[in-house]
Design a protein around this ligand. Structure first.
Ligand SMILES: C[S@@+](CC[C@H](N)C(=O)[O-])C[C@H]1O[C@@H](n2cnc3c(N)ncnc32)[C@H](O)[C@@H]1O
Length: 263
């Protein structure tokens, strides 16, 4: 795919700063020396999230899809870590008249000059026609969906090796599977937040969908309030996993959920 930056004239620093300031950002992305987008998530938090999410894996030569990419930080990170193909997708925020997410993604991609594809796609529209991806990233999206379980089945249909999920969590002190429903805007005054699953729910959902190994860690800065899950298909290649550090737990062994709840 041709890069946007091949065709657009290079903006002056002043014009780039003005473009950055004309948008709201979620990701703080260094676009040029001294020119970083002003995201709700700081560069430091994103660096810790990237380390937690991506450092256990060797992405070199893999195909990666980022569902709900927003400004594109994790798509760009996957490309920089050597992924052969990265497809960034989004819909809600990319079409939002105030957040104008697609424009922010396009600006960042052009400035960074990274060969990352983009597709306007709402998670419930995912079908096997998209093809298989070695790595599917589903970060910060699960709890925004009214029917996340149906979407997880769709994600299974496009996952060749690894489904990486980051989500708000609830009921984390309980070993029984449970998921809290948040009607209206009761979670963080945001009417797009619907669900808070606990690790037991996620484990059994992954197993139900045919994932065979499931690893879990707490969020690197928010702790148990959010969870990160790495779920592998039976076809996972040996070389994909580099190393899970001590923050990660193997959830699909007997007693793992009980040990997590009491930790
Ligand atoms: C909290 S942001 C996460 C962005 C990025 N993946 C990250 O982890 O930083 C939530 C993302 O979910 C997407 N999304 C998908 N379906 C949504 C829905 N029904 N309501 C709200 N957001 C939705 C948004 O467009 C947005 O990109």
């Amino acid at each position: 795919m041709a890069l946007m930056s091949s065709f657009a004239p290079r903006l002056s620093d002043a014009d780039l700063l003005a473009r950055i300031q004309s948008y709201h950002w979620w990701h703080s992305i260094a676009l040029r020396e001294g020119l970083t987008t002003f995201g709700g998530k700081t560069e430091a938090i994103l660096a810790q999230e990237e380390q937690a999410l991506l450092s256990p894996f060797d992405l070199a030569g893999r195909s990666v899809i980022d569902i709900g990419a927003w400004n594109g930080y994790f798509s760009f990170a996957a490309k920089r870590r050597g992924a052969a193909r990265v497809l960034a997708t989004d819909s809600y925020i990319w079409n939002h008249p105030i957040w104008r997410g697609r424009e922010t993604f396009d600006l960042a991609r052009a400035e960074l000059g990274l060969d990352v594809e983009a597709l306007m796609l709402d998670p419930p529209q995912i079908t096997p026609q998209l093809g298989l991806f070695d790595v599917v990233m589903f970060l910060g999206v699960f709890y925004h969906l009214y029917d996340p379980i149906e979407v997880m089945a769709r994600l299974r249909g496009i996952t060749r090796q690894l489904l990486l999920v980051e989500t708000h969590s609830d009921l984390t002190d309980q070993a029984r599977p449970g998921m809290v429903f948040y009607p209206g805007a009761i979670l963080n005054q945001d009417a797009t937040n619907w669900w808070g699953p606990n690790p037991a729910t996620m484990l059994h959902l992954f197993l139900q969908l045919g994932f065979t190994r499931i690893f879990y860690r707490d969020h690197p800065t928010l702790g148990r309030a959010r969870g990160i899950y790495a779920a592998f298909t039976p076809e996972v290649a040996e070389g994909l996993i580099l190393r899970f550090d001590d923050n990660w737990r193997d959830l699909d062994v007997p007693g793992a959920i009980e040990a997590l709840v009491t930790a």
